[in-house]
Design a protein around this ligand. Structure first.
Ligand code: 5GP
Ligand code: ZN
Length: 139
């Protein structure tokens, strides 16, 4: 995808306005235009990278180092006693904008945000087999 076709690249370039919260040479944070809860914010790299696994560790560090201070500020401003960090990769995982972004979603008692968490169990030996596969892929 060309960066001119990407809504978040256009926001990062200043071509589309945003409610900016933080900006460095590498990172930008702004309020989500359609918040799940008031104060819902997004943190993005300014360069176009579609998915988290396509980021270098260095770029991830330059972006993610702002997550704790952003989470503190959003909590303080909203009075939210809790928050979720959400990061979707791929259409199947509900990624609508193909430019890496981290959602900071403040939570309040009784808010409407829900997610399904259908926790399962491994059969005998399956967990270790999976661990070995992931270890091999990490090498
Ligand atoms: P995703 O489903 O890709 O993880 O989430 C994309 C998010 O980007 C959505 O929460 C959506 O509201 C937000 N979004 C999409 N377009 C814009 C925009 O032009 N400006 C802002 N501030 N947020 C946007
Ligand atoms: Zn982009």
């Amino acid at each position: 995808m060309k960066s001119t076709d990407c809504i978040f690249c256009r926001i990062a370039a200043g071509d589309i306005p945003c409610a900016k919260l933080l900006e460095t040479d590498e990172a930008l944070a702004f309020l989500d235009v359609n918040p799940l809860t008031p104060g819902h914010a997004l943190l993005i790299p300014k360069t176009h990278v579609e998915r988290l696994d396509e980021m270098t560790g260095s770029l991830a560090g330059q972006v993610l180092r702002h997550l704790p201070s952003l989470a503190r500020a959003v909590q303080q401003a909203t009075g939210a006693p809790a928050y979720n960090i959400l990061q979707n990769n791929g259409q199947l995982a509900n990624q609508a904008v193909g430019h890496v972004h981290f959602h900071i979603i403040p939570r309040a008692p009784g808010d409407a945000f829900r997610f399904n968490w259908p926790a399962a169990q491994y059969a005998e030996g399956e967990m270790e087999a999976m661990r070995q596969k992931i270890l091999a892929a990490l090498e």
